[in-house]
Write a protein that binds this ligand. Structure first.
Ligand code: SF4
Length: 323
């Protein structure tokens, strides 16, 4: 797999500075029950790297000490880390809003049979990837029977009250190929209609995200000689429109060792959040050190965040604006 970083590093992106920290995103490790081309962390069943107990304790301490209101948990499949439930329970006890980036199929993995009840009991917000509301398209992108499994999982979550007014269930769409996502408002309407009419499924919001030109997705564009064309597509949006909404202004992303990055894309590129003299930052330093106004490490992949309607962990910035 060819690395796209040498190309991205040479592309200028406007300088950015951090604002107030409101979200700590943590990667619990790369183990996952599935392996797919759009995964920007190259997770898979054979990967074993996982956050240990001491680092989980540190995450909880940072949440408490810095009074960060939101914990966003990702992986791999974060639920497969044996410390996932302790982290969730303890964070909820601190009054922190917890989001779980869930691939849905993990809810059917052996040993995870009670996971939906656990998530509901802790009132965890679920953010689940479902690349299309039509069966054939999902199976083509994710492999046979993924759609059926996802539908079963969504029904199980709905049965517990997810997707209504109580427990939050949001879905994520990203394009299959090198195109920008369609309008978030319109696509959410289509998803709600199709999933509701065909399968009786309800959910709260649909987040549309552009594919980042990194990892497997970027490598495929490179291998096909289409990397520059994809970059040009991402850059074809007036910059000032979406620059304010990029998630790195208010979020930090921690890896399974506890080292900190401006976002999880930077984490995958091993582009750390740095302080004076290029010193990289560990969670343990955030007990006392404030990073407001710190310079954000940017390069060409940032255009993946500003393209079209803009993309962040919470979907498009201004869904009502035409892209
Ligand atoms: S890639 Fe990361 S650092 Fe760059 S603009 Fe997007 S969120 Fe910010």
């Amino acid at each position: 797999m060819r690395d796209t970083w040498p190309l991205l590093a040479n592309i200028a992106f406007p300088s950015l500075r951090r604002g107030r920290l409101n979200t700590l995103k943590v990667n619990l490790g790369y183990r996952c029950n599935q392996s797919r081309v759009h995964c920007h962390v190259n997770a898979g069943p054979s990967r074993t790297k996982a956050m240990d107990g001491a680092t989980v304790d540190l995450v909880l301490e940072v949440l408490k000490r810095r009074q960060i209101p939101t914990l966003d948990i990702t992986g791999g499949a974060p639920e497969l880390n044996p410390r996932f439930r302790r982290l969730v329970r303890s964070a909820r006890r601190l009054g922190v809003r917890v989001m779980d980036r869930c691939n849905l199929r993990v809810l059917e993995q052996p040993g995870q049979e009670d996971l939906p009840q656990f998530l509901a009991g802790e009132r965890v917000e679920i953010v689940a990837s479902l690349p299309c509301c039509l069966e054939d398209n999902v199976d083509r992108q994710r492999g046979r029977a993924v759609f059926d499994g996802s539908i079963r999982a969504l029904r199980a979550l709905n049965a517990l009250g997810y997707g209504g007014t109580g427990l939050i269930l949001n879905l994520v769409y990203n394009p299959r190929g090198p195109s920008l996502p369609p309008g978030q408002v319109e696509l959410e309407r289509d998803y709600k209609r199709e999933l509701g009419e065909r399968y009786g499924i309800v959910f709260n919001r649909l987040f549309t995200l552009a594919n980042m030109p990194i990892q497997r997705f970027g490598a495929i564009r490179l291998a096909r000689g289409r990397f520059d064309a994809y970059l040009a597509l991402l850059r074809n949006t007036p910059m000032d429109r979406n620059l304010e909404g990029v998630m790195c202004r208010n979020l930090i992303s921690a890896d399974y060792h506890g080292f900190v990055y401006d976002c999880d894309f930077n984490q995958m590129l091993d582009l750390p959040l740095t302080r004076a003299e290029g010193r990289r930052v560990h969670l343990s330093k955030l007990m006392d050190e404030d990073i407001v106004d710190n310079s954000i490490n940017v390069a060409g992949h940032g255009f993946g965040c500003t393209a079209g309607q803009g993309s962040s962990c919470g979907g498009a910035f201004k869904p009502a604006v035409e892209s």
